[in-house]
Unconditional design. Structure first.
Length: 156
């Protein structure tokens, strides 16, 4: 599949520079980081959340797990994990479970964990389980420029 069409069009429109990294099939972000010989701290994963009748994307390193209680403290008690049906509907041009760490092109607000912002470069799913995008920190920062930031994850 390579890059999801929605994501590819958005990156082109925003003039984001990136490199495509093919890798062996992997179904989890931790396995993807292993397969690509990169630190899970540099692999951004997106977790779809339901909030107040809408959706948003939490972006954090693959080496971390989401602390939903921390997000509820800053965003309110209505924050829940979206279910697979909702995720598949929102990311209809992506393989099941291969959510890119970019929300705007899918109509989603984002919140970015501070720990991903400290990395010199960032990798993320391209919309399938065999392709990563690689970009510098400045390019990633442009994708998340208006997103609130916070500390809502813990290292695995």
């Amino acid at each position: 599949m390579a890059i999801a069409p929605t994501l590819q069009k958005y990156l082109a429109a925003e003039n984001i520079q990136y490199e495509i990294i093919p890798h062996e099939l992997s179904m989890t972000s931790a396995r993807t980081a292993q397969a690509c010989h990169i630190s899970g701290d540099r692999l951004a994963k997106g977790i779809v959340l339901r909030r107040d009748g809408g959706y948003m994307l939490a972006i954090l390193p693959a080496s971390h797990h989401l602390r939903l209680s921390d997000l509820r403290t800053s965003l309110g008690d209505s924050v829940r994990m979206a279910d697979e049906t909702e995720i598949n509907r929102l990311f209809s041009d992506c393989a099941h479970g291969a959510v890119p760490a970019v929300g705007k092109c899918y109509g989603l607000d984002m919140i970015v964990d501070d720990s991903i912002e400290t990395q010199p470069d960032i990798y993320m799913e391209a919309g399938d389980h065999e392709t990563l995008l690689h970009m510098g920190r400045a390019q990633f920062a442009r994708l998340t420029v208006n997103a609130p930031h916070g500390h809502f994850s813990a290292h695995d």
